[in-house]
Write a protein that binds this ligand. Structure first.
Ligand code: CTP
Length: 453
């Protein structure tokens, strides 16, 4: 009996897939089809798959061509499968020519002619129109966003807005963005969505106006500096039927979810303490160091450090205390946020003028999780126990600088196929703005007593 194996994502099942499976079947007597898991696709950069793994399996099954369907979930699995199932022929479409030649050591490799003019990517872009995005603010973060754009299908950054002409036109030239505008109303015309990467104190106003004009909003953190403003933005977005997403990229990184869910699974017992720390000695000319009112450590990093705390304990904290080390003009160089919950305690530490170990430690009754810097991208974490010899290490896949995950979730939610709203909830965002408001009120009283907030 000649056994044949083939693999694929088989998203939005199409004629090209059917033809491939028919020809693969004809190569032998028994056909095994490997269907990729969501996690595996995500890890290899396919972040826009629409159908779930079960739907994709079902579509392959319905063709009646597969004698057996298996799941593909890790690199190197093809060699394992070929040996395990005594495969004679490995086959795949001609778009992969050369890629799988290394399997010739284990079986025969055949590349089948690909059906022209059809692909899942093509169907995705026909089914969902390309989201036209305008970028607000043309600084450091905007540049990172541009660099990640090419890895996210379904969106196109076409325009930029900045009140400062020099920065705006330089950005337009550097990134080939179609238009640049100084006029916000004008800028909002002709786009579907905005990405807000302007100074912190401007986020709320830009977001509000964009939502009122029916635009989807992806806003860098903090989305608002007051709790009520955050609530209002979500209310407005609901009324206008648009997506409002906050850009805390950690929330969308696959490894971070794995870390949080590992902690929640009881593996380290009852969670009693969470300490999250993020410091970066910033360039003295950077916005976070210049702006003593809306810059500083808290506004730069608190969202990242509060995130694991809210994920693990929820947003109903019993008490919060914020302490900062200030520069002479009131800018916080280092801030500690202590939270007390019924079940445990937590500390979020942020710094732009104090350097310390950037780590996330989740302590439980049976052991603890340690994620070292850059834990906010969560490329690696460990579980450690009383017995120092017992250590479990996890190394989730991670691509680029992480922004692509939040960008693709934004596009998916706009297209109403986003299934991951739980990654960062409205409750969590509102709770963050509540703590931000407490922090800023304190700063106002202590340092800017005569000026309004
Ligand atoms: N395939 C094919 N002809 C097409 C499209 C796909 O023969 N027009 C083959 C691929 O070469 C592969 C299998 O079908 O062997 C599964 O491909 P998959 O990557 O799932 O489909 P694509 O349409 O290529 O998906 P995408 O656009 O997301 O890359």
């Amino acid at each position: 009996m000649v056994k044949v194996i083939t693999y694929g994502t088989f998203d939005l099942f199409h004629q090209g897939h059917v033809n491939l499976l028919q020809r693969a079947k004809k190569l032998g007597d028994y056909l095994i089809v490997g269907v990729t898991t969501e996690h595996f696709d995500e890890a290899r950069g396919k972040v826009n798959v629409v159908d779930s793994c079960l739907e994709r399996i079902e579509n392959v099954r319905k063709t009646g061509l597969a004698d057996e369907i298996i799941i593909e979930d890790h690199d190197g699995q093809k060699i394992e499968d070929i040996q395990k199932y005594n495969i004679n022929i490995f086959t795949v479409g001609s778009d992969w020519i050369g890629t799988f030649d290394y399997l010739n050591t284990f079986c025969k490799v055949i590349y089948l002619e690909r059906t022209p003019d059809i692909s899942s990517t093509m169907i995705r872009s026909n089914q969902f129109h390309i989201v036209k995005v305008g970028i607000i603010g043309t600084g450091r973060i905007a540049a990172r966003f541009m660099a990640e754009e090419k890895y996210v299908s379904g969106m196109n950054i076409i325009s930029a807005f900045n009140t400062e002409t020099e920065s705006g036109t330089a950005f337009q030239k550097k990134y080939g963005v179609v238009t640049y505008s100084k006029n916000y109303k004008q800028f909002l015309k002709g786009i579907d969505a905005v990405y807000i990467a302007s100074p912190n104190e401007t986020h709320y106003e830009y977001a509000k106006k964009a939502i009122q004009e029916g635009k989807h909003v992806l806003c860098e953190n903090p989305i608002a500096l007051k709790k009520q403003d955050a609530i209002e933005l979500f209310q407005l977005a609901k009324e206008q039927g648009v997506v409002l997403l906050e850009g805390i990229k950690t929330a969308y990184c696959p490894g971070f979810q794995q870390l949080i869910n590992t902690a929640r699974s009881g593996q380290i017992g009852e969670i009693r303490d969470v300490v999250a720390c993020f410091t970066r000695l910033a360039d003295p000319d950077a916005r976070e160091c210049i702006d003593n009112k809306f810059g500083g450590a808290f506004l730069e990093y608190a969202a990242y450090t509060l995130l694991p705390i809210f994920k693990l304990y929820g947003t109903n904290y019993k008490d919060v205390k914020i302490h900062s080390i200030h520069r002479e003009d009131g800018l916080d160089l280092y801030t500690k946020i202590d939270l007390i919950y019924d079940q445990g305690m937590a500390t979020a530490k942020c710094g732009v003028g104090v350097k310390t170990e950037g780590q996330l430690v989740i302590s439980g009754s049976k052991g603890y999780i340690l994620a070292e810097s850059p834990w906010w991208l969560t490329k690696k974490f460990k579980i450690r126990y009383e017995d120092p010899n017992k250590v479990e290490t996890f190394e989730p896949k991670f691509q680029g600088d992480g922004l692509r995950y939040e960008m693709s979730e934004f596009v998916a939610q706009i297209n109403k196929i986003g299934k991951n709203k739980y990654l960062l909830t409205q409750n969590e965002i509102v709770a963050m703005s509540e703590i931000t408001e407490i922090f800023l009120q304190k700063r106002l009283q202590e340092w800017f007593s005569k000026e309004p907030f």
